[in-house]
Ligand binder design. Sequence first.
Ligand code: HEM
Ligand code: HEM
Length: 188
Amino acid sequence: MDAISTTSLKPTRYDSTTVGLHWLTAALIIVMFTLAEIWDFLPHGSAAKKALQSLHISLGIILTLVLVVRLTWRFTRGTKIPVASKNIQEVAAVAMQHALYLLLVVQIVLGYVFRWAQAESFMFFGLFPVQFATLKDKALDHTVGNFHDIIGWTIIVLAGLHAAAALMHHYVLKDDVLSRMLPEKLQK
Ligand code: HEM
Ligand code: HEM
């Protein structure tokens, strides 16, 4: 009830589960993308490169679970708030949120197919080896790798624009769009 305005009975901020899942998703994506950009500089086949790739895939499995929980929560009990903007900005904000969800699902599926085609084992958080397939498919590996790379960059660029819009709401328009997605303690 504390997330509901007493005058309008409309939610005025996201519930803590939605907020937690939003920031967990964002953190995982930024860390996973950064790992991929770092291992690009490491020698092919080196132990350090393999370790970063294993961490990327392990975090990818966690991201899969987080996204399943997040979408289930959103479609059931999660707070839904209409976007704050009007007209073309409203269309852009809604399209951006849907695009991010869709690209995340596609990127996750591609990630599994990528590893499947590579037929290489990886250490799940350094604990035990996991292998999705044993027969290597070089053509599929190459094609899926290109798409996974392009979609990874697209997610980062769109999320950057989405974050810039949120910061503009906070610092320029001075409304509550950012603070309603922040933990209660950090709200004004
Ligand atoms: C939003 C989430 C993700 C982002 C932003 C992301 C980003 C990237 C990027 C930029 C690369 C480097 C591509 C290249 O240089 O060819 C990469 C590689 C890879 N990703 Fe992801 N990825 C994500 C999710 C996943 C998931 C969920 C999995 C699987 C569970 C996965 C598995 C892989 C694999 C197997 C590689 C290749 C590693 C290698 O070269 O051996 N990724 N990812
Ligand atoms: C990789 C990073 C990110 C992804 C994938 C992402 C994705 C999303 C998605 C899908 C929503 C819609 C929530 C819903 O109603 O279901 C959302 C909402 C929101 N995000 Fe992000 N986000 C990311 C990073 C950020 C960052 C860095 C900020 C702030 C600087 C931010 C601020 C917000 C705000 C304020 C909302 C609520 C918008 C509203 O109520 O109209 N996000 N985000």
